[in-house]
Design a protein around this ligand. Structure first.
Ligand code: GLC
Length: 802
């Protein structure tokens, strides 16, 4: 526990003064895609990947420039040579098709300008880059009206300015409140936003790193690492979306997950014995509450030994899993990296025999306590260990397991530092290094092994991996949940900016323990959390072993009905949500977005932390305080339609709306088209023969369109072109409404046979309706809503208006 004395002892700040800094440029050389600069005790490379992505690498003292990246960086193959170098007396000027870089020669300072000569980014005026013993550091200037986003899984507001952040994966059980730091993930990617010119910096260094965004009121911001090299990437926007998308060109995008994983997941620490699991599935199905996955926490194992089953609790796991499968429930099992030190345990034997475990330089295997007692830890930096680990998935897949939940992979250990001794060595296929270097990559490499193993064993099915720890690029292998939160209202509030920033840091598939992990939830909190959770990319209810039950029915009928309504809504939206996941997998731009991403010119949105959007059309304003039946919210410019009442609101306004416990405010941007499907108990339960397309009309929006991606939701066949893309578009004028359906790609036998079109807020009576030129009379018109059903093969609907 901290107390006043702690103030004296805490010394997290790092003094800039005693660093060696880059000084005068002695000479330079241009080679292919890079400029190399030499200094008295250092050298620097600026390497161009595209006209507006470049990489900066520094070597100091006697080091050589090293191009080696962490495992976060993909083999992107990007290289750009088309730049021109000019020199003036004081500066080197490098011009690409998009940027102008100015380097002052007397003292190295880099400025980045865009093609209009506007300054986008600049190093701090006093010093730019430096080193102190093993530390490396960069100093940068603040910009006017600047906001900071990104940095992955961090607490606090949407705008990260003004605080010091640490990147060191940590099992943080104490409450996650506004200034709790660090948590489980390290994503050293920072976005500097301003309305005109946003840019991003990815610091490719897996050592313990820090980002100080003005914690002491200083006139610069800075990032540094305790070891390794200064190696960062600069991504020019100018828009926030472009920054995020360019970052994903380097660290990868989320692969398209299996569709079932977008459904509702039920978990607790832990469901056992089998009778409890059987009862759980029965209750879900009896009550018709949709659910797609159960998570088995550590009690399914024998003595917490991974890849075992406790026979007393689960005498026949295969039969149980197959019963779950028959009920549409997929089985996800937890796996911790610690392998119990037990000479009679196969995995321990294999690890010891084959030299798979992390050890000290003198050859002693690192052993520490986790759930099973003393454990050894696989050295995931070695490809042979990842291969072994990947192979371990097979037995589980063979009995029907569909997903792996990687926990405690910071790695957590029950000692004073909460993790592995930093002096432990990792082999890293010959390029060894201590745990200080690999700590932040430990979970990432475990997830990579797991993903690859699942992919192999599942044959043509898409893997589902969930992880607690991770590093930049984790989206390529795993979904992420935010660890051990609490069943308190403050945590519910924290979820929104945290997940929005994770999304902007490349992690589209993220979520939080719905209902809260530690402590007892309650009916009201669970309702509000489920409402939010239904719109968050990863949707799982999970709680701790000592906590009271928090399944949807745990707090009585009234709460149950509300919770059910929102889980059902998630399933009604599943076609849309899957489509958004497809788009995120293509572009890297997240599914769950801060409003500023869609409304970059609106200052009100810059630090708007308690509302979010699903892509560009649905705006969610969760209630995150107890005893509230109203919610104040902000609507950006344009017209907005209340999802529940269809009432139209004018934007650029704050509103107070009714939000009784069964209502979470949801607003649809006028002009949007949103598909809704019928109620499902689980994904794939039945064919969705008729897809409802809700068109949210408004006179102010003459045109609207929506592109729908669709495939089998489970296999990799889409990689060979087995998918459909259909574009819906409309034109809405005073006297007619034209709706077009264009098939752009059509290689997959889709389940939809018909579209039920709902033209909401049609302000004039329909006179005549033509489908592909033929007049029809089979339609309904009520409450300003025109409803008609058409076969998917038609192309054009013309509605003449009165
Ligand atoms: C960790 C996980 C939690 C899990 C528990 C037991 O605390 O974060 O989700 O339930 O371990 O495995």
């Amino acid at each position: 526990m901290d107390n006043s004395k702690t103030l004296l002892q805490k010394k997290t700040k790092d003094n800039s003064i005693d660093y060696h800094k880059l000084n005068a440029v002695l000479d330079y050389e241009v080679k292919e895609n890079e400029l190399r600069l030499n200094f008295e005790y250092a050298s620097l490379v600026i390497r161009f990947l595209t006209a507006d992505i470049f990489r900066v690498i520094m070597a100091h003292s006697k080091q050589e420039i090293s191009y080696k990246s962490t495992q976060a960086v993909t083999e992107h193959g990007l290289s750009y040579q088309n730049f021109k170098l000019n020199e003036t007396e004081s500066e080197l000027l490098i011009k690409t098709d998009k940027l102008l870089l100015k380097i002052s020669k007397k003292k190295f300072i880099l400025k980045v300008l865009n093609e209009n000569g506007e300054l986008i980014h600049e190093d701090y005026s006093k010093y730019a880059l430096g080193w102190k013993k093993q530390k490396v550091r960069a100093w940068k200037s603040f910009k006017e009206n600047e906001r900071f986003y990104g940095l992955g899984e961090k607490t606090g507001w949407l705008d990260k300015k003004g605080r010091l952040y640490e990147m060191w994966n940590h099992d943080t059980f104490f409450p996650h409140v506004t200034d709790t730091d660090p948590l489980y993930q390290s994503i050293p990617f920072l976005i500097s936003f301003n309305q005109k010119n946003s840019y991003g910096i990815y610091f490719d260094n897996s050592y313990r790193t820090f980002f100080d965004l003005g914690s002491e009121g200083q006139d610069y911001f800075s990032f540094w690492a305790e070891g390794g090299k200064l190696d960062y990437y600069f991504f020019n926007g100018p828009s926030l979306k472009e920054v995020v998308s360019k970052y994903s060109q380097i660290t990868g995008t989320m692969p398209l997950p299996p569709k079932w994983s977008l459904g509702y997941h039920q978990s607790r620490y832990s469901y056992y014995p089998q009778a409890e699991v059987d009862q759980l599935v029965k209750t879900f199905r009896d009550k018709e509450i949709p659910c797609d996955a159960f998570h088995f926490d550590i009690h399914y194992m024998y003595q917490y030994k991974i890849y075992t089953w406790d026979e007393d609790h689960f005498p026949d796991p295969e039969a149980m899993i197959s019963n779950l499968k028959a009920n549409g429930i997929k089985t996800v099992t937890i796996i911790d990296p610690g392998v119990k030190r037990d000479p009679e345990y196969k995995l321990y034997q294999e690890g010891m025999k084959n030299d798979y475990f992390c050890k000290y330089l003198d050859g002693k295997v690192f052993i520490d306590k986790v759930w099973p007692g003393k454990c050894a830890f696989p050295d995931f930096t070695q490809s042979k260990v990842r291969k072994w680990w990947a192979g371990l998935q097979k037995d589980f897949i063979d009995i029907g397991v569909k997903g792996i939940w990687n926990d405690m992979n910071e790695p957590a250990a029950f000692n004073k530092t909460d993790t592995m001794d930093v002096n432990v060595m990792h082999q890293n296929d010959g390029d060894c290094g201590t745990h200080r270097r690999f700590h932040n990559l430990y979970g990432f490499l475990e997830d990579k092994a797991t993903y690859e193993g699942l992919k192999e064993s599942l044959e043509n099915e898409r893997p589902f991996v969930l992880t607690r720890a991770g590093f930049a690029g984790i989206q390529r292998y795993s979904a992420v949940w935010t660890g051990d939160n609490r069943s308190i209202w403050d945590n519910l509030k924290l979820v929104m900016p945290m997940l929005m920033n994770m999304g902007m840091s490349g992690i589209s598939f993220c979520g939080t323990d719905v209902g809260g992990f530690t402590g007892n939830s309650n009916g009201e909190l669970l309702c509000r959390w489920t409402q939010l959770g239904a719109f968050v990319p990863f949707f799982r209810n999970h709680c701790e072993s000592r906590a009271i039950s928090q399944e949807p029915w745990s707090f009585g009928k009234n709460y149950e009905q509300i919770i059910k309504k929102y889980i059902e809504l998630r399933y009604k939206l599943i076609t849309h949500i899957y489509n958004l996941f497809y788009q995120a997998s293509q572009s890297g731009i997240p599914v769950m977005r801060p409003l500023i991403m869609e409304y970059p010119d609106d200052k009100e949105c810059e630090n708007l932390s308690d509302q979010f959007m699903l892509r560009d059309s649905i705006m969610i304003a969760p209630v995150y305080q107890p005893d509230k039946d109203k919610r104040m919210l902000y609507l950006p410019a344009g017209k907005w339609i209340d999802f529940w009442t269809k009432q139209v609101y004018e934007g650029e306004k704050h509103l107070i709306v009714d939000a009784p416990l069964d209502t979470m405010p949801i607003f649809i941007k006028a002009g949007s088209i949103i598909p809704l499907n019928k109620k499902l108990n689980y994904i794939g339960e039945k064919e969705i023969e008729c897809l409802e397309l809700n068109v949210y009309l408004n006179k102010a929006n003459k045109f609207g369109s929506y592109k729908l991606y669709d495939d089998d939701g489970i296999s990799f066949n889409y990689e060979n072109g087995d998918y459909n893309i259909t574009e819906f578009e409309y034109e809405y004028t005073d006297n007619q409404l034209i709706f077009n359906i264009n098939s752009i790609e059509e290689n997959y036998q889709q389940e939809f046979k018909n579209y039920k079109l709902l033209f909401n807020n049609l302000n004039k009576d329909p006179l005549n309706i033509y489908v592909d030129g033929n007049e029809i009379s089979d339609f309904d018109y009520f409450d300003n809503t025109l409803e008609l059903t058409v076969p998917v093969v038609i192309n054009k609907i013309t509605i003449e208006l009165n």
